[in-house]
Design a protein around this ligand. Sequence first.
Ligand SMILES: NC(=O)c1ccc[n+]([C@@H]2O[C@H](COP(=O)([O-])OP(=O)(O)OC[C@H]3O[C@@H](n4cnc5c(N)ncnc54)[C@H](OP(=O)(O)O)[C@@H]3O)[C@@H](O)[C@H]2O)c1
Length: 226
Amino acid sequence: MNTHQFNDRTVSVVVGGHTGIGRAVAQALAERPGRVEVVSRRNGLDLADERAIATYFERLGPIDHLVITAGSAAPGGKLGEVDIDAAKAAFDIKFWGTVTAAREAAKHLRSGGTITLTSGFLSRRATAGTYVKTAMNAALEAVAKVLAKELAPLRVNVVSPGLTDTEAYAAMSHEARHAMLESAATHLPARRHGRAKDVANGYLYAIDNPFMTGAIIDIDGGAQIG
Ligand SMILES: NC(=O)c1ccc[n+]([C@@H]2O[C@H](COP(=O)([O-])OP(=O)(O)OC[C@H]3O[C@@H](n4cnc5c(N)ncnc54)[C@H](OP(=O)(O)O)[C@@H]3O)[C@@H](O)[C@H]2O)c1
């Protein structure tokens, strides 16, 4: 593995790294040499703002690793129930925001650099009432493979989390959140729900493994097979 390639000049950026999975990635990277930049709306970077993304990366200068975990929100519901404007807004952030950030970061990525995106288990697990997340995550997985070719030898990978206990579910009641997590732990082959740290390990693996690009790393407790 390439952890030794981290040095005092290494710059890693985690978009969405203030909470949840992104925070766990940022914390793990912070234990290595170099600098970790954590950005999201709360410190001024909105993935819905194309110009702001370009300006951010221009000002930052050369970077080594980009991780994007931003944009967990998307409307649920079946075909006849989803508000298309809300679905488009979700796409604007998670899909187009990710693509824009990858494009702008790629201009500044140093040799040996990596981009690691985030999809989600619904990308390939057909589940009624989730088509917006399915479409967004499947689109990101497909695009990442194309980017891995276009940007080579920079490496581009995707981590696909399963149900993971994070701030993404903060709006739920304690009871509903607990029931959802318990149900996952009962039904998933791994017999547990995800913790942010479980999933964060996938990003580190993608960053460190010099032979890995165009890959989708499922860390979902077996959701694709369960
Ligand atoms: N948790 C799960 O069960 C699960 C399952 C499958 C896939 N995933 C995926 O994993 C990723 C991380 O999810 P998570 O559970 O860690 O969610 P989270 O805790 O809600 O984190 C998402 C982060 O995205 C940032 N964000 C939201 N909108 C943004 C915007 N417009 N511009 C910039 N940053 C924005 C938020 O910070 P600000 O509010 O400061 O902007 C937040 O810190 C997401 O892509 C999610 O879809 C999660």
